[in-house]
Design a protein around this ligand. Structure first.
Ligand code: FAD
Length: 327
């Protein structure tokens, strides 16, 4: 591991001022960043520990929404009464991630910025990884790619984004609030993570030095919701495919639907066409299947992950049925 300096930020202004310096990384609980540093994947010159900043509150917003501070732990967010009662989808997604010990430490900001679990990214013995070494190639394209993307990938990178929380936040139309050298801004979740294109080294649209201060949720309108995570082990494993499904009902019909997928793309994947198909439909298999098929339009499988195209559709149908209370 390279040598680096460590400082603990005492206030937001100082954190952002120091964070703007070249080679500086913010440090949340370190459950991802420290692993990457130990493996030689990330090589910061300076760490600014932001965990003592006063950003660990969950508060109601004047419009009836909810603000989750960036330092709120995943465990605290998952069990907060306002989250469990109004946004059970988010609570379910959080509880499906990692382990109890990790959730007790991991922060909301750090969770959004955790990096892909592609093994070629993590293992520096592989020289080809455009995400780790831009221009070096993508070993996963011809390698073992069972966990990899089926949607929105490029010939430069087929890694997926690993956060469960982010999938629920995408479905719930959350906004990420950040503070940086150029002031504050709010980034809709759909624009926060990015597809790899020619620059897979950039996971998000954050500028260097921008600090996540909170995640804001609009007022809850989805009375029925379910987070389905399919993985190789029943717990403590990343998703092969996950589905965040949320339904606003008007009697027996769906008034509005939200469907987001995890484990299939470089970012949480909002299935907008599926949502359009579901609006106005009853919770019936033919409309659910049509919506599921629309979600994977244009999907492309690689040697080991073609099964995800069918799996994603079945998962969407099951998540929507479960959300809707249909056995
Ligand atoms: C064994 C294991 C299994 C896991 N399984 C799952 C799983 O199933 N599902 C899942 O979703 N996650 C899983 N995780 C990932 C875990 O959720 C993340 O490691 C954790 O959420 C990261 O949060 P952190 O506070 O530790 O971030 P850190 O490791 O401290 O930081 C991560 C990144 O975010 C940046 N950062 C941190 N806070 C801020 C901020 N406020 N503003 C700007 N930048 C910031 C850091 O610079 C760094 O680049 C697993 C992790 C492990 C180790």
């Amino acid at each position: 591991m390279n040598s680096f300096t460590y400082e603990r930020a005492s206030n937001l202004e100082a954190a952002v001022r120091e964070g703007a310096r070249a080679g500086t990384y913010y440090l949340g609980a370190g459950t991802n960043l420290l692993d990457l540093m130990k493996g030689g994947v990330e090589r910061p010159l300076r760490l600014i520990d932001v965990t003592r900043l006063p950003l660990a509150e969950i508060e109601e917003l004047p419009d009836g929404g909810l603000r989750i501070g960036a330092m709120v732990t995943n465990a605290d967010a998952a069990s907060h009464p306002l989250v469990t009662s109004r946004y059970p989808l988010l609570s379910q997604a959080l509880l499906s991630g990692a382990s109890g010990q990790l959730r007790n430490m991991a922060t909301t900001g750090g969770n959004l910025l955790q990096r892909t679990r592609c093994s070629y990214f993590y293992d520096t013995a592989f020289s080809a990884c455009n995400k780790r070494r831009p221009g070096s190639g993508c070993a996963a394209l011809e390698g073992y790619n069972r966990m990899h993307a089926i949607l929105g990938a490029s010939d430069k990178c087929i890694a997926v984004h690993p956060s469960d929380m982010a999938v629920a936040l995408a479905a719930l139309d959350a906004t990420v609030r950040v503070s940086g050298p150029n002031g504050e801004r709010a980034i809709p979740m759909r624009d926060f993570h990015r597809l790899p294109g020619d620059t897979p080294q950039q996971d998000t649209t954050l500028e260097h030095g921008e600090l996540i201060t909170s995640v804001d949720l609009p007022p809850s309108r989805f009375s029925k919701a379910y987070y389905l995570k399919l993985r190789d082990r029943a717990s403590y494993a990343f998703a092969l495919v996950s589905v965040a499904a949320a339904l606003e009902m008007d009697g027996e019909r769906i008034k509005a639907a939200r469907v987001a997928l995890g484990g299939v793309a470089h970012k949480p994947w909002r299935a907008m066409r599926s949502e359009e198909i579901l609006a106005g439909s009853a919770i019936q298999d033919d409309s659910l299947r049509k919506a599921a098929a629309a979600a994977v339009e244009g999907a492309k499988g690689y040697r080991d992950n073609k099964f995800k195209i069918e799996l994603a559709q079945r998962a969407i149908v099951r998540a929507l049925r479960t959300a809707g209370g249909v056995a």
